[in-house]
Design a protein around this ligand. Structure first.
Ligand code: CO
Ligand code: CO
Ligand code: CO
Length: 349
């Protein structure tokens, strides 16, 4: 449908649709009031680096709230809708919550683009919301220069069973449930440099809900979880190391990476966001001296709708890994050890 429109080329010049860098954001947010932060019912607020907030309603019930939206990262509108929805739902799954309602967030150049494209975006999102088991309850749209789409999602969770990035313990290992390389591959889509097969693979990976992975995870004594998104694997792992006051030893050879990622990076196809992630983590990550800069960048590559990064005791890890593989989460790998040494930093091996 509408094959003449290349959605990823519609992003206005200067804006990349990626998130504002943590450095820039922290200076913006620094002196702002934070209403409600003293409210004991606010279980997870803006203090930690988690992407969702949790507010307790009763002894047994809390709500999880999150939202995410971005400009097109793939050209097919139906897939874009699915991916944006899977990405927005992910923070609820990462906390161990159950999404219950979702609202569409839409920016669309309605006079310039075929409205059927928007229908396809919304259809993709609706299919993912249905798969997540949540209800689509509304939304808001504006006439915009460039398409933007995402969801605001509300979920439920038991107040004593909230997973954040702050609970990792020495003796844990980390499991990652989806491959990295997504930022590099989607940049290649934008530049018409990705094969149809590779395009299909990266779209399927991004559109996969973290629902199944979360369900597997909840049957195990997990200490911490986050999802890997815009700050890249090392960025989100560092937030976990800092939030949990632990060190992380990453086994690069075990990290699942989308096939062809390195070749693309060697051709200079690396998004700006991944380079700024690299600069942001550099002073807290020790890379092996012999490791090529390209491989360092890949570990920092900005991800959209990435997998869960799960911290659990080492003796439970093979069990969870087997359960993940059994339930179709085939990319899942044990990628790191959690240590008491070098808290707040990562040693890459
Ligand atoms: Co998010
Ligand atoms: Co409105
Ligand atoms: Co997240």
């Amino acid at each position: 449908m509408s094959a003449s429109v290349k959605l990823t080329s519609l992003t206005t010049k200067g804006g990349c649709g990626c998130k504002i860098s943590p450095d820039a954001l922290s200076s913006v947010l620094k002196n702002l009031p934070r209403p409600g932060q003293d409210d004991p019912r606010l279980l997870v607020g803006v203090e930690t680096s988690d992407d969702a907030g949790v507010y307790q309603l009763t002894d047994e019930l809390a709500i999880v709230q999150t939202l995410d939206f971005f400009t097109p990262i793939v050209d097919d509108p139906y897939w874009f809708g699915q991916i944006a929805a899977a990405n927005a739902l992910s923070d609820v799954f990462a906390m161990g919550g159950t999404p219950i309602t979702a609202l569409n967030i839409v920016g669309f150049p309605i006079s310039k683009l075929d409205p059927a494209i928007l229908t396809e975006i919304l259809r993709g999102a609706a299919d993912k919301v249905a798969e997540a088991g949540a209800a689509l309850v509304g939304g808001h749209s504006i006439d915009d220069q460039e398409p933007k789409f995402g969801l605001s999602v509300t979920g439920t969770i038991h107040p004593s069973r909230i997973l954040t990035n702050a609970g990792a313990k020495p003796g844990d290992v980390l499991i990652l449930t989806k491959p990295i390389g997504v930022g590099i591959q989607t940049t290649a889509i934008k530049r018409d440099a990705l094969t149809p097969e590779a395009t299909q693979t990266v779209m399927s990976v991004m559109a996969t809900l973290n629902k199944q992975a979360a369900q597997c995870m909840l049957a195990f004594p997990v200490n911490a979880c986050t999802d890997v998104t815009g700050f890249g694997l090392l960025g989100h792992a560092l937030e976990m190391a800092e939030g949990s006051s632990v060190g992380i030893r990453l086994h690069t050879a075990n990290v699942p990476i989308l096939p062809g990622t390195r070749d693309l990076a060697e051709r200079g196809i690396v998004p700006g966001g991944s380079k700024s992630n690299f600069r942001w983590v550099a002073d807290r990550v020790r890379f092996p001296e012999e490791m090529a800069e390209i491989d360092r960048l890949i570990l920092c590559d900005a991800v959209t709708s990435g997998g869960l990064l799960i911290s659990l005791p080492a003796n439970e890890a093979e069990g969870l890994l087997a359960s993940l593989h059994q339930h179709g989460v085939e990319w899942a790998r044990i990628i790191a050890d959690v240590t008491a040494d070098h808290p707040g930093t990562i040693v890459v091996e």
